[in-house]
Design a protein around this ligand. Structure first.
Ligand SMILES: C[S@@+](CC[C@H](N)C(=O)[O-])C[C@H]1O[C@@H](n2cnc3c(N)ncnc32)[C@H](O)[C@@H]1O
Length: 281
């Protein structure tokens, strides 16, 4: 299904302003955060899109001035952000030159240093090798669920905060999360939701939690025991942790590995390129 709302960040807006300054009458740009490209025409007031819609220069200038936000474009430019009454956290879509990431109370939910959220996701999927029925414990923008669904039979993905999913709905890169019939979305706390599944229900699990400070329960031995129970024998868990060679990453990783082994996982293998570990049942 095509994604029709126009979503722009400074990565699109600034080149449009430069093209105007250079005296161009047209430019090739993206109206969906670099998922696709199209030609637009310039005049004194703004740009005309292929379907005849218009965006005023003042709107493009506003978007261009903002480093850290993505905007939904209508009569005005509306920042893609929300506040959750449920969790007291602020969510916004944070632009990169490719897929955007999710900012939760100021914390980035994907890697953007020396990579981007799309390639960060591909690294996780390569380490996780999802097949069969997959549990994705933390939906976020749905990137791991979307990529897993390309190779697995079915993906069940859980998101704590409806506000995070509101942001995903507005993200052109998240649309398969809502359109792909192989993906089932659950809103709930993974800690509780995992208890509802039968033993050995999943062939693979992708566990991509926020940092320990935001979701300590999702790093607990109790929770890992639940993951172990719902994983089938010989199943695999990929657990994102963070930079394994940083001081905090290696400290968290040590605890994670110890607790995973304690609840029964064997062969817990460090995957530094994916910033996580793979554990086998
Ligand atoms: C690192 S992001 C996940 C990124 C996601 N895998 C993706 O590809 O876009 C973590 C997400 O987990 C959600 N979350 C936090 N605590 C949770 C919990 N207890 N159960 C389920 N989701 C949770 C956050 O709201 C956030 O959207």
């Amino acid at each position: 299904m095509a994604f029709s709302p126009i979503v722009l960040s400074h990565y699109q807006a600034r080149p449009l302003l430069e093209a105007r300054r250079a005296g161009q009458a047209t430019a090739c740009t993206s109206l969906d955060l670099n998922r696709s490209r199209c030609d637009v025409a310039f005049d004194a007031d703004g740009v005309t899109l292929p379907d005849g819609q218009r965006i005023a220069w003042r709107i493009i200038e506003r978007v261009a001035a903002s480093e850290n936000s993505c905007y939904r474009i209508g009569d005005d430019a509306e920042k893609i952000q929300t506040y959750s009454e449920a969790t007291g956290r602020a969510y916004s879509l944070y632009p990169t030159s490719l897929a955007p990431t999710l900012l939760v109370s100021g914390l980035l939910m994907h890697r953007i240093k020396d990579t981007d959220p799309y390639h960060d996701t591909l690294a996780k999927i390569k380490a996780a090798t999802p097949r069969g029925r997959v549990l994705d414990t933390c939906t976020g923008l749905g990137y791991t669920a979307i990529e897993a669904a390309k190779v697995a039979d079915e993906v069940i993905t859980i998101e704590l905060d409806p506000a995070a999913q509101e942001i995903a709905r507005l993200n052109p890169w998240s649309q398969a999360l809502f359109d792909n019939p192989k993906i089932t979305r659950i809103i709930g706390n993974s800690y509780d939701e995992v208890q509802r599944f039968d033993d050995a229900y999943f062939a693979h699990i992708i566990h991509d939690p926020p940092t320990f400070a935001l979701a300590g329960d999702l790093y607990s031995a109790d929770f890992y025991a639940g993951l172990y129970r719902v994983l089938r024998p010989s199943g695999r868990l990929f657990h994102y942790i963070g930079h394994l060679n940083s001081a905090s990453g290696s400290r968290v990783a040590r605890g994670v590995v110890e607790r995973l082994k304690r609840v029964g996982f064997r062969q817990v293998i460090r995957r530094p390129e994916a910033f996580g570990v793979v554990a086998h049942k």
